[in-house]
Design a protein around this ligand. Structure first.
Ligand SMILES: C[S@@+](CC[C@H](N)C(=O)[O-])C[C@H]1O[C@@H](n2cnc3c(N)ncnc32)[C@H](O)[C@@H]1O
Length: 219
């Protein structure tokens, strides 16, 4: 499905989201600009490439070969020492844990139980004290395409499955902050959590609400 989205121009002309600038500043303030990190679901590079151009030693992984090809067309020479992998983030097994993980709109696939396994993977990828730069859909988002509701969770989240069109069958979870806290027990917040209301691309109507948060794993 993501291959089809990228072939039809998804994110082609889009610039980076605000979390990119925040990640660069936070890593710099903490003396971590040279530390090794990974971007889960790096897509066509609209965020990954500016992070790498800021000098970060940032690995990337994405399941879509079309996305990785678009990223390489944008920035043909990966930074020395940074690897790009086409595959499932759940298969990542680094030699040593990362100082930070970037996950921008990439951990929302599946039901809450499936999302929980992905958050557990994030935790396993991070070193103690490591940072998670997270941007994710919230339950305040509107879903105007044909869909069915799959679940409403005790902490206020919901999961939908799209019906028909190019997203047919895609299952997406919309989170609340309380759910994110419960998925990452013991993590602390670094700075404010911000929310961003993004109009969907016409002819689709409605909006996505996304939150951005920097979270720190307990040391
Ligand atoms: C909404 S897009 C966001 C892409 C990018 N982070 C950005 O903001 O431009 C979600 C991305 O996650 C990737 N993705 C989804 N599931 C994945 C998985 N299990 N492993 C790796 N990448 C995945 C998709 O291919 C897609 O590029």
């Amino acid at each position: 499905m993501w291959d089809a989205e990228y072939r039809s121009g998804r994110y082609a002309g889009d610039g980076p989201v605000p979390m990119v600038r925040r990640a660069i500043a936070t890593l710099s303030e903490r003396g971590l600009s040279g530390a090794r990190g990974v971007y889960l679901g790096c897509g066509n590079g609209r965020n990954y490439v500016p992070l790498r151009e800021a000098g970060l030693a940032l690995d990337g992984v994405d399941v879509s070969p079309v996305a990785i090809a678009a990223l390489l067309a944008r920035a043909p020479r990966p930074r020395e020492g940074a690897s790009l992998t086409c595959g499932d983030l759940m298969g990542l097994e680094p030699d040593s844990p990362y100082a930070y993980v970037v996950a921008i709109q990439s951990l929302m696939h599946g039901t809450l139980a499936e999302a929980a396994r992905r958050f557990a993977k994030v935790d396993s990828l991070l070193a103690p004290g490591g940072l998670l730069f997270l941007r994710i859909n919230t339950a305040a988002s509107e879903v105007t395409r044909a869909h069915e509701a799959l679940e409403e969770t005790p902490l206020g989240g919901r999961t939908v499955r799209y019906l028909g069109g190019e997203r047919d069958g895609l299952v997406i979870h919309f989170f609340t902050e309380a759910e994110i806290r419960s998925l990452l027990p013991g993590y602390s917040r670094v700075g404010p959590t911000t929310t961003h209301v993004v109009p969907r691309t016409p002819p689709e109507t409605g909006q996505w609400t996304q939150l951005e948060a920097v979270l720190q794993k307990p040391a």
